[in-house]
Ligand binder design. Sequence first.
Ligand SMILES: NC(=O)c1ccc[n+]([C@@H]2O[C@H](COP(=O)([O-])OP(=O)(O)OC[C@H]3O[C@@H](n4cnc5c(N)ncnc54)[C@H](O)[C@@H]3O)[C@@H](O)[C@H]2O)c1
Ligand SMILES: [Fe+2]
Length: 388
Amino acid sequence: MDLLTSFSFATVPLILSAPGATKELGPELRARFPAIRRVLLVTDQGFLRTGLADAPIHSLRAAMFHVEQFTEVVADPPEHVIEKALVLAREHDIELVIGLGGGSSMDVAKLVAVLANSAQSMAEIYGIGNVHGSRLPLVQIPTTAGTGSEVTNISIVTTGATTKKGVVAPQLYADMAILDAELTIGLPPAVTAATGIDAMVHAIEAYTSKHKKNPLSDGLARQALSLLSRHLIRACENGHDLAARQAMLLGAMLAGQAFANAPVAAVHALAYPIGGIFHVPHGLSNSLVLPHVLRFNAEACVEQYAELATIVVPHVDGSVAARAEALAVAMQQFGTITGLPRTLSQVGITASDLDLLADDAMKQVRLLGNNPRTVTREDAYALYKLAL
Ligand SMILES: NC(=O)c1ccc[n+]([C@@H]2O[C@H](COP(=O)([O-])OP(=O)(O)OC[C@H]3O[C@@H](n4cnc5c(N)ncnc54)[C@H](O)[C@@H]3O)[C@@H](O)[C@H]2O)c1
Ligand SMILES: [Fe+2]
């Protein structure tokens, strides 16, 4: 890294990392938001079924918060879900929003906090820096160790049958993020694996981001990758391993801090159409294209991949190229060991779908612009073909 390179770095001002912390959510928030009464909890049915939302809700009520719940978040949330949550927030004059769930719930919570008291519509805020004014106080509590959305300034919305759009704005940084591994013990192994690989991709892509790579993101990405690679298998094999679960949450958050400031690239650009068109979960979509994009990119950032290989594969040696290849192999193995599908065919995609995927991937101009190597339409098609 050239020490004369200018950069800026932003993150959430307060992070609380403590297993069991959300059992004391009421007193925690009462101390920090003394004047607030009416809060909206944004979550989804899958998390609610674990019963793990009961203790934080009880704690909030005991601390004299009036709690409304919006429980209709679905994976890859469409616009109408956000609109419905907004109606509820306005109806009850909500003063603080809590996102409790995976990236989907936290992304909805962000937009509710931003739009509840705003004259702007959803359509006006897509893109970068289009949010005007302030938002409601916002607290984010992840229940997957994946997206890092609790510390990013991004919200991803499904806008059509197969398309997604992002809102990127400083107002989307929460006031507080809480990492409580007890909330993640019920996460099934396949979701643990896919979301954990998503977090590792955030770290890898931040470390090699073409325009905004910076020393703070680099350090965070390295530490994230170390935590995630050492604890992913443990967390999949024994979901009740609280230390492994807390390490995964911490790693995912560090990766989130890294990529909020050094954005992700071609792995995500190629993964989005797989999720959008075929409804494959975000982390799994990433893992299906990951090894192929790593090998494709290696000619542009082989040294950086070799550096990351020493973290993921501690005893790796050989040439820079051999170490970069070891990173691709290791990342592929995480998917194999945890039993995730390994090819596009295994998730129902056929050769006749690849043109559509490649066309869609090329629309991810913002992400492709961050990639260390230029990706043409032909490259995108070839990468999907390798993943088939
Ligand atoms: N804002 C960002 O910075 C950012 C970054 C990457 C991805 N995303 C977005 O985040 C979404 C994906 O988020 P995700 O991967 O966390 O998945 P998710 O929020 O969609 O949840 C996946 C599934 O896991 C279940 N679940 C969540 N927590 C659980 C728990 N503790 N126990 C049992 N089940 C649980 C949910 O009910 C759901 O069925 C996508 O919409 C993606 O586009 C956002
Ligand atoms: Fe991601």
